[in-house]
Structure formats: C-alpha cells, structure tokens
Design a protein around this ligand. Sequence first.
Ligand SMILES: Nc1ncnc2c1ncn2[C@@H]1O[C@H](COP(=O)(O)OP(=O)(O)O)[C@@H](O)[C@H]1O
Ligand SMILES: O=C(O)[C@H](O)[C@@H](O)[C@H](O)[C@H](O)COP(=O)(O)O
Length: 223
Amino acid sequence: MADWDTSAALGGHLRDQNATAEKKPKNEHRWIWFVTGPTACGKTTVAKALARELGFTFVEGDDYHPKANVEKMSHGEPLTDSDRAGWLQALAEHETAAPPTSSSSSPHLVITCSALKRHYRDILRLGAKHAGDLRIRFIFLSAPEEVLRQRAEKRKGHFAGAGLVKSQVEVLEMPDPDPKKEGGEGDVVVVDVDRDVESVERAVVERVREVMGGEEGDFLRLN
Ligand SMILES: Nc1ncnc2c1ncn2[C@@H]1O[C@H](COP(=O)(O)OP(=O)(O)O)[C@@H](O)[C@H]1O
Ligand SMILES: O=C(O)[C@H](O)[C@@H](O)[C@H](O)[C@H](O)COP(=O)(O)O
C-alpha cells in the first residue's frame, strides 16, 4: 500500500467510489488512532490487529513510560498526573513528528495509551491543532472491572498485574461519545470488549472503516 493512500485501507467500495477521483491528488492527511482503556482491557491486542488490517504503523504506548513509572506500576502502585505528564507528551510528539520516510512504514499510526482521564485525551487532541491536516480519533475499550482483573491475572510477562486494575477503574473518566451531550467526545468510538477477541477485533475494524470512510467521503466531495 502506498504510504499516503488511506483509501487503500478502506476496502473496495471506497476505491470504486474513488475511481472518478483518480486524477485528484491523494488524500494527504495523516490518521492517528489511539486505542484506549484501563489496564488489560485489550489495547495491545486490538491495536496490533487494527494496524495489521489497515496497514498502519503500530506504536506500543507502554514503551514510552520512564523506568520509574514501570517500576511503580509493577508494584501495583498507581501513577499520578505528574508521573503521566512526560509519557503523554512523548506520545503526543508522534503526532507532530515528520512522517517516516521508509516506504515500509506508514505515516498513519495506531497507538496504545490508557488515556484514562478527559484531560489526558485533550492533551493528545492538541496534536491535531499543531500538525496541520491530521485526524486524531480514539477507540475506548469497555469492560467490567472483574473482566479486567481476570485478564490481568492470566497475562504472563507483563509489568502490570491485577493489582493495578482497581485504581485504574477508580480514576477512569469514561468518554461519552455523544457529541450532542455536554462534555460528549464525538471523536471516540466505544467498543464493548467483554466478548471473544475475534469478535472484538472485527467490531473495531468495522467501526474504524466506517469513520474513515465517512471522512474520506467528505474529503473527496470537498476536493
Ligand atoms: N477479548 C478478549 N478476550 C479474552 N482475552 C483477551 C481479550 N483481549 C485481550 N485479551 C487478553 O487479555 C490480556 C490483556 O490484553 P492486552 O492486549 O495486553 O491489554 P492492554 O494492552 O489493554 O493492557 C492479554 O493476555 C490478552 O491476550
Ligand atoms: O496511565 C497509566 O496509569 C498507565 O499507562 C496505565 O494506564 C497503563 O495501563 C499501564 O501502562 C499498564 O499497561 P497496560 O495498559 O498495557 O496493561
């Protein structure tokens, strides 16, 4: 897939729709999808599947935590706002960074980030203001606390254990995706993940294609 040709990720019908627009310049805005939610909800699992399906670059947000944060979380100790500040900043910098020049990596990203509070999501939204034609969207993976605990307990070789679940759920400011409601966050897609992995992955890919198809359609009409 050509790096900047988002339509290639959207499936045949859009390409057909695009046939008359072939002589038009390619859609050059970048897409960044943040896959969010509390520990062990399935962010990494879903983000990898999404990146694979869309041909986007996968970024593991946990890799950007300083050692001190990882150390804290590995003892089940919750992070504070100030612990998270540098980490959120590091993830936000992906938005303004120059797209990769390598033809093997897409400039469009899928990034995992718990983004538990509205304020954190707002920090990530800021990139769109600074980076020109950039589309930032969120997927929030929703599951009951007990499901999170079970998944964290079963997971092997990860610094975050089940001890982190309670504090994450307590601090969570769950996004309401209805833009008509006060405080609604219309750029968030909420997906129920209390079901098998394949069904979650299918639902996420479908919802993302819907959003991108709609926006791409608008873009083509405008151009
Ligand atoms: N829908 C699902 N059903 C059952 N287990 C899941 C599901 N999604 C993820 N898992 C498992 O739960 C654990 C946590 O998933 P992970 O992707 O690491 O979550 P996160 O990145 O949000 O911490 C992993 O062991 C993963 O294989
Ligand atoms: O904001 C935080 O407190 C952390 O980012 C936390 O939310 C995140 O979930 C951990 O990094 C655990 O890693 P997993 O989410 O991959 O379990």
